[in-house]
Design a protein around this ligand. Structure first.
Ligand code: SF4
Length: 453
């Protein structure tokens, strides 16, 4: 259990030296108890006290690194029940189930699907993160064969090795010795043997329990074996059970600092019906699953789940932003139109999408307005004529386009004259108020120029 502020205070040096940045040891202790300070700030704490305090100040959901290299993902570290209280920290990991009973070519194809699942949205790279290799055959040889195919065809993808057989686990773990895999399958019948295997290979152990009580028991047992990195499955499979169990687990970890449940949750969402599977997976994303295993990764499903995950795991107090620069939409030439907007990511993606839909290549100058939308940025004094003029001058736009015409959002039409005053030699054209008017706007321009010709 976590220590109270007073209990932490008793373990500190009590010299009130202020080296930690707090006026007294008690003030520092209170911040530690609220998980708003790091123990590292006190240089004088004894090593015995440090060990006890490290446990007390650790996040209620244990941080775990899954996989290695560029595709490694972090799990856990969550500190709140609701996103608006602070933020959710480490996005849910999506894993594609691959059964070892599949033909070798199918295993390779599914691994290739995972490798090719990446898309870009709002400036972030999103993808299916992992593979869950399931020992569906129940035989060691088949499991080993599938593991060796994946180890050679998708070596960088983090893997969950799902088996209830300690012998099968010993057979496949050498393929992933240094890759930080998860060995999932410790249950009531094999607990000691699976814990020994996980310890021997120093891998994260996945507990497959039947209910919350058994989960607590197995978690404590794994800990007694010296296993620190654990992922937990209460056995919940229906939507109702997942919602109920995951909520109990997170609540126990965050509100009660109940360590046996303070681990990332793995949820198995597999369904024959792909839509039902997507809904169960979505429930996992919204309600505390650190890993969600699915049976299929159609593009529509990936897009829906990626978008939901992205929204759940962004900081609600920080607007999503894109980089300030001039973006090329299509294959623009020096004669192509130049639009300007702000760097609120949603604004950027809607405007760039509408320019693309208009089938007219163009340039989109995106100005840093701290992630605010056009009207908000204008009202906040961040999207003003002077700032726009300065940005266009410094952006390199004059080297990109041979004309001197800037198309501004219709909502800030009032700025057009002032921008022309400050941006010598430029003509300002007022574009549509809403991005969905860009297509008609560009069509009208094309017609005008063809009549003029
Ligand atoms: S640095 Fe350590 S000893 Fe000094 S005031 Fe802070 S907690 Fe107390």
């Amino acid at each position: 259990m976590a220590l109270t502020g007073v209990e932490i205070f008793k373990l500190l040096p009590k010299t009130n030296c202020k080296k930690c940045g707090f006026p007294t040891c008690l003030a520092f202790a209170m911040k530690l108890a609220q998980r708003q300070a790091s123990l590292d700030l006190c240089p004088d704490v004894s090593s015995e006290a440090r060990q006890r305090l490290s446990e007390a100040s650790a996040p209620p959901v244990r941080p775990i690194l899954f996989g290695t290299g560029d595709r490694a993902v972090r799990m856990g570290e969550e500190t709140v029940l609701f996103r608006h209280e602070k933020r959710f920290v480490n996005p849910t990991v999506f894993a594609l189930e691959i059964k070892d009973t599949l033909a070798d070519s199918e295993i390779r194809d599914r691994a290739a699907d995972v490798m090719g699942s990446e898309i870009e949205r709002v400036g972030q790279r999103l993808r299916i993160d992992a593979i869950a290799l399931v020992n569906d055959s129940g035989t060691i040889e088949t499991f080993e064969s599938a593991a060796s195919i994946l180890a050679s065809h998708a070596p960088s993808i983090p893997i969950i090795l799902c088996t209830r057989s300690p012998e099968a686990a010993r057979g496949v773990l050498p393929f992933y010795a240094e890759k930080k895999p998860i060995l999932y399958g410790m249950d009531a019948s094999n607990a000691d043997a699976m814990a020994d295997v996980a310890k021997q290979f120093r891998v994260t152990l996945g507990i497959a329990a039947k209910g919350l009580d058994e989960l607590v028991h197995l978690s404590e047992k794994a800990k007694q074996h010296g296993i620190e990195d654990i992922v937990i499955d209460s056995g919940a499979r229906s939507a109702r059970e997942i919602l109920e169990h995951n909520t109990v687990i997170r609540r126990a970890a965050v509100k009660k600092s109940f360590r046996p449940l303070g681990y990332p949750i793995i949820t198995f969402a597999q369904r024959e019906d792909s839509l039902a599977e997507a809904l169960i997976a979505a429930l996992g994303v919204m309600k505390y699953s650190s890993i969600v295993v699915v049976r299929s990764i159609e593009k529509w499903k990936c897009l829906a789940l990626f978008t939901l995950r992205q929204n759940m795991f962004t900081d609600p107090q920080v607007p999503m932003q894109v980089e300030q620069k001039i973006y090329r939409i299509g294959e623009p030439t020096p004669a192509s139109p130049l639009f300007i907007t702000t760097n609120f990511s949603l604004t950027y993606f809607i405007v760039s999408g509408e320019i693309e839909n208009s089938k007219t290549p163009g340039y989109l100058a995106v100005m840093d307005c701290e992630g605010l939308s056009v009207l908000t940025a204008w009202a906040a004094g961040k999207f003003t004529a002077a700032k726009i003029a300065q940005f266009i001058r410094e952006s390199g736009a004059e080297q990109l386009v041979q004309h001197r015409e800037l198309i501004i959002p219709g909502y800030v039409a009032v700025l057009s004259g002032a921008i022309e005053d400050k941006l010598e030699g430029w003509k300002v054209t007022v574009g549509p108020r809403e991005a969905n008017g860009i297509n008609a706007f560009m069509k009208a321009r094309r017609q005008e120029s063809s009549h003029a010709a």
